[in-house]
Write a protein that binds this ligand. Structure first.
Ligand code: NDP
Length: 280
């Protein structure tokens, strides 16, 4: 199964879909990542915060897939913002992953004004300076951010030429910030979608179920296709081998413009997380 890939500003290529590992730990995480790689996933998404980098690293090694074929992402957690702490945290992650480099390093969440009045921009830029250095040193092939809104990105863009190459954001039906998507597209920043299945909750949504029937696909495949048609990279998680394979089987159909529009505007009960309001 050949996956397509997208060119990042670094010149590196990122696969069109990724495998997420949030809430997966130890043996379960190891098996999930191993199954995912053997099923054909090449992009694996982990984070310092997930506490599973060692298990991810073991699965990478045991998969026997050439390192150059894989695209490994990790993220710096909120307790390690700033130049020095971010660098130290990165080297710890690298060691846990048992790798020489990672393909993509992300700032997990922006520092916000609510938590750091009058300092958040400075803190975010300080973290970014560490990222620039790691990128120039070849320890990280591409650098980016996660959960950054327009104004957080603008704060970096206005200060440096080396701008984020990826923004990983919450993106699924009923949670689509078209204004942010347009901004990221204009800047050439590739979008990754976290929780593309709405943590699994959207799989039982009546409208999603009706589309599954209409297109003769599973609800998960409809939700994954929705992200791909928005031009973003779905980062999808399952610990089950059958679902891991199912989630890669998204080719051979296209959602109509009307169905895309209805999914964009879908009414959902759960409020998306606002990066300017988080307190962790
Ligand atoms: P997802 O939207 O990927 O949904 C995962 C849930 O859906 C799990 O409960 C899984 O259950 C279930 N599921 C998966 N595939 C199927 C299927 N085919 N049929 C039925 N159920 C299915 O949620 P996540 O929150 O995990 O998001 C994906 C990834 O995004 C994370 O793992 C993480 O890597 C990243 N992320 C990043 C964040 C950030 O701040 N940058 C925040 C949150 C997530 P089961 O495992 O039992 O199959």
């Amino acid at each position: 199964m050949g996956l397509k890939s997208i060119r990042l500003m670094s010149g590196e290529f990122i696969p069109e879909i990724g495998y997420g590992t949030y809430l997966e730990k130890d043996e379960e995480c190891y098996q999930g990542v191993l199954n995912a790689i053997l099923s054909g996933y090449r992009l694996i998404d982990t984070a310092e915060y997930y506490g599973n980098e060692e298990a991810v690293g073991r699965a990478i090694k045991d998969s026997k897939v050439d390192r150059k074929e894989l695209f490994i992402t990790t993220k710096i957690w909120n307790t390690h913002r700033g130049y020095k702490a971010a660098k130290e945290a990165f080297y710890e992650s690298l060691e846990k992953l048992n790798l020489d480099y990672v393909d993509l390093l992300l700032i997990h969440w922006p520092a916000n004004e609510k938590q750091f009045p009058d300092q958040s921009d400075e803190i975010n830029y300080d973290t970014w300076r560490a990222f620039e250095e790691l990128y120039r040193a070849g320890k990280v092939k591409s650098i980016g951010v996660s959960n950054f809104l327009k104004h957080h990105i603008y704060n970096i863009v206005r200060k440096t030429k080396l701008i984020p190459m990826v923004d990983q954001i919450e993106l699924h039906p009923g949670c689509v910030n078209l204004d942010l998507i347009k901004y990221l597209n204009n800047k050439g920043i590739v979008i990754e979608a976290w929780s593309p299945l709405g943590r699994g909750e959207l799989l039982n949504n009546e409208f999603v179920l009706s589309l599954a029937e209409k297109y003769n696909k599973t609800p998960a495949q409809i939700l994954i296709k929705f992200i791909l048609q928005l031009g973003a990279i779905p980062i999808v998680k399952s610990k089950r081998a059958d679902r891991i394979a199912e989630n890669l089987n998204f080719n051979g159909f296209k959602l109509s413009d009307e169905d895309m529009e209805n999914l964009i505007n879908l009414k959902i009960s759960k409020e998306p997380k606002n990066p300017d309001e988080i307190d962790f």
